[in-house]
Design a protein around this ligand. Structure first.
Ligand code: GLC
Length: 578
C-alpha cells in the first residue's frame, strides 16, 4: 500500500498512542466553492486551493478539511454526492486533487476530506438503479424505500420532517408511471437516505474509504454521523417545539438548536432518526480500516449529539478520533456558561481518552463575528437576513469574535477554524433573494434564510475583481461592496488586524504546545470572567461589561486594546508570569 503522502514532509509513521497529531491540531475548514476560483466561472476550485495553500501554511494551521468536491448536481452545495470517487468538473479533476494533496503535504499540512454516508444524490447511479428496479429488488434495498400508508399507499410511511423543512418522505413514480413507494430524505428531496442495515451499503463505503486513503488523505470528516441508523419500525416522532438541535438536548436556556423543523428532543428522549446505538458498529469497522494504513489517519464526527457525555460515545478508543463540539459552538458569550461547557467537554472526552475539540464557525452556522452580537434568539440553520430580529452590531460582533477565538485557541485539545474567520468576516445579511441557494430557503418558502450568508466567497486582494476570489470578477454569491478592508492583503503585516491576531495566536499556541496542555481554572475573578492556565500560559477572557484587573505578568497577545493592567469588556488576553 503506497500513498502520495509517503514521500511528503508530513510524517507517515505511526506515533505512540496519546501523541497523535490530531489530538492538538488546528484544522482549517476550506469550503471549496468559496475559497479561490482559478477558472473564473465564479465557483472556487481545486487548482484555486492549490494556488492559495501557502497562505494557510503562513497562517500556521496544521491541517485542512475540505467540504465536498465530488461529482454532484450541487442541490445542497455538494452534500448531495453522485459519485464518491470522482471530482465534479466544477472543481477540477482527480489529477487536480492529487496536486492539491501533494502541495499541502509539502507545506506540512494534513488533508481531511468530507464523507457523506447518510444519503446520496438522487442522481447517484445507485438510486437511479433503485427506482428503475422492481419493488422488493436488491437495488431498492440500498435506500430507505418503503410502502406508503392508507388504502393505496397514498400517505407517507410516517410523520417525519426534513431538516430543511417539509416532509422527509417523497413518493416515487414507478417505471410504469403509477404512484409507488416512498423514499426517506432527512434533508432535501434530492438526498435519499441510504439503508445502513444493508451489508451491501457498508461494503461500498469501505471501498470509498480505501479509494481516498490510497490516494494519501489523512482522514475524513463524517457528515451526519449520528443519522445513519434509524429506529426499527420507523416510529412517528413529534419534535418538542421548544427543543434543541439536530440531535441531542439543549445546553442551557440560551442554547439554540440546528434546523428546528426536525429538532427534537425532550430531555433524554432521542428522535428515532438520530443517535441510534447501531451507528457505532459502523465506525468501529472504519476505525479498523483506517488502522491498516500508515500514519495517524483521523475520523471526525459531525454528530449533533447532546449531552457531551453521549457524544463521547462517538470517540471511544475503537470508534472515531474526534467529534465536533457543537455544545461549545452553541454556548453564548457568557462566563458561567463557557466555564461549564469547557469543564463538561474536557471531562466527557477525557473519560474516553479522546481530545476535546473546539469550534466557533462552519458552513452551517451564522459566522461567530455576527452570531455573538445577535440580540434575539436565532435557531441554528435559520440564518439571518434583512428581516431577522435582533441583527448584530458589526463592530461589537468582531470585537467579541476576536475575544472568543483568543479564548478558544488557548484551550487544550484540537480546534477548528472556518475559512474567512481569520479575516474577521461577518455573516452577509443583505444577499439578494434571487441569489440565495440554500435548500432551506426554498423548502421553507423563505421563512428561514438558511446558510448562504456564511458561504460568500472570501476576499483575498482589496483592489482586484471579486477581491481576488476569481480573476473574472464572478462570484456564485455576491460579495458585499464594503469588504475591501477584510481582504487578506489589507491585513497581512498590519498590526492589530484580525489576520495578524490569528497568526500570533497560532504561533504562540504551537510554541507553548497549548494543544497538548492541561487546563487549570484560576479563582478569584468575577463570574463573567473565564480565567485559566494552560501549559504555563494564563488566559483571561472578560465576557462582562466591567473592566477587570489583570494579574502581574506580561501580555503575550490580546484580542483588543489593553491599557496597563486593565482588561476591558469583551476582551481576552494571554499572559506569562514575569
Ligand atoms: C451536514 C452538512 C450540511 C449538509 C447536511 C446534509 O450537516 O454540514 O452542510 O447540508 O449535512 O448533508
Amino acid at each position: 500500500m503506497t500513498s502520495a503522502s509517503d514521500t511528503s514532509v508530513v510524517p507517515a509513521t505511526a506515533t505512540s498512542p496519546g501523541t497523535e497529531w490530531w489530538r492538538s491540531a488546528v484544522i482549517y475548514q476550506i469550503y471549496p466553492r468559496s475559497f479561490a476560483d482559478l477558472t473564473g466561472d465564479g465557483i472556487g476550485d481545486l487548482p484555486g486551493i492549490t494556488a492559495r495553500l501557502d497562505s494557510l501554511a503562513a497562517l500556521g494551521v496544521d491541517a485542512i478539511w475540505l467540504s465536498p468536491f465530488f461529482t454532484s448536481p450541487q442541490k445542497d452545495a455538494g452534500y448531495d454526492v453522485a459519485d464518491y470517487c470522482d471530482i465534479d468538473p466544477l472543481f477540477g479533476t482527480l489529477d487536480d486533487f492529487q496536486h492539491m494533496l501533494d502541495r499541502a503535504h509539502t507545506l506540512g499540512l494534513r488533508v481531511i476530506v468530507d464523507l457523506v454516508p447518510n444519503h446520496t444524490s438522487d442522481a447517484h447511479r445507485w438510486f437511479q438503479e433503485a427506482i428503475a428496479s422492481p419493488v422488493g429488488s436488491p437495488e431498492r434495498a440500498r435506500y430507505m424505500i418503503r410502502d406508503g400508508e392508507g388504502a393505496s399507499g397514498e400517505l407517507a410511511p410516517n410523520n417525519w420532517e426534513s431538516v430543511f423543512g417539509g416532509p422527509a418522505w417523497t413518493r416515487l413514480v414507478e417505471p410504469d408511471g403509477t404512484p409507488g413507494q416512498w423514499y426517506l430524505h432527512l434533508f432535501d428531496s434530492s438526498q435519499p437516505d441510504l439503508d445502513w442495515q444493508n451489508p451491501w451499503v457498508r461494503e461500498q463505503f469501505r471501498d470509498i474509504l480505501r479509494f481516498w486513503l490510497d490516494r494519501g488523505v489523512d482522514g475524513f470528516r463524517v457528515d451526519v454521523a449520528h443519522g445513519l441508523i434509524k429506529a426499527d419500525g420507523l416510529p412517528d416522532f413529534t419534535p418538542d417545539p421548544a427543543g434543541g438541535s439536530m440531535g441531542g438536548s439543549t445546553v442551557g436556556a440560551e442554547s439554540v438548536g440546528l434546523e428546528p423543523g426536525i429538532s427534537d428532543v425532550a430531555d433524554e428522549e432521542t428522535a428515532p432518526f438520530w443517535a441510534q446505538d447501531g451507528v457505532h458498529e459502523i465506525f468501529r469497522d472504519w476505525h479498523e480500516l483506517l488502522a491498516e494504513y500508515p500514519g495517524d489517519r483521523v475520523l471526525c464526527a459531525e454528530a449533533w449529539v447532546e449531552p457531551l457525555t453521549k457524544l463521547a460515545r462517538w470517540v471511544r478508543p475503537d470508534e472515531m478520533h474526534q467529534a465536533f463540539n457543537f455544545s461549545y459552538l452553541e454556548t453564548p458569550w457568557a462566563g458561567p456558561a463557557l466555564r461549564r461547557v469547557v469543564d463538561d467537554s474536557i471531562s466527557a472526552f477525557a473519560g474516553v481518552g479522546a481530545p476535546s475539540t473546539w469550534v466557533l464557525s462552519n458552513h452551517d452556522v451564522v459566522r461567530h463575528a455576527s452570531r455573538l452580537a445577535l440580540t434575539a434568539e436565532n435557531p441554528q440553520g435559520a440564518g439571518i437576513g434583512p428581516n431577522s430580529a435582533g441583527l448584530p452590531d458589526t463592530a461589537l460582533g468582531l470585537h467579541r469574535a476576536r475575544a472568543a477565538t483568543t479564548l478558544m485557541l488557548g484551550l487544550p485539545g484540537s480546534a477548528y477554524v472556518y475559512q474567512g474567520e481569520e479575516l474577521g468576516l461577518p455573516e452577509v445579511i443583505h444577499l439578494p433573494e434571487s441569489a440565495r441557494q440554500d435548500p432551506t430557503w426554498f423548502r421553507t418558502n423563505g421563512e428561514r434564510y438558511g446558510r448562504d450568508g456564511c458561504r460568500v466567497p472570501i476576499p483575498w486582494e482589496a483592489d482586484r475583481p471579486a477581491y481576488g476570489f476569481s480573476a473574472s470578477g464572478d462570484a456564485w454569491l455576491p460579495q458585499p461592496d464594503d469588504w475591501a478592508g477584510y481582504a487578506r492583503d489589507a491585513q497581512v503585516g498590519v498590526e492589530g488586524s484580525t489576520l495578524e491576531l490569528y497568526r500570533e495566536l497560532l504561533r504562540l499556541r504551537r510554541e507553548s504546545m497549548l494543544g497538548m496542555g492541561a487546563l487549570e481554572w484560576l479563582a478569584g475573578y468575577p463570574e463573567e470572567v473565564v480565567a485559566f492556565t494552560n501549559a504555563g500560559v494564563t488566559v483571561i477572557a472578560n465576557t462582562g461589561q466591567d473592566t477587570v484587573e489583570l494579574p502581574a505578568g506580561s501580555v503575550l497577545v490580546a484580542s483588543g486594546p489593553v491599557a496597563g493592567n486593565i482588561l476591558p469588556a469583551d476582551t481576552t488576553v494571554w499572559l506569562i508570569a514575569d
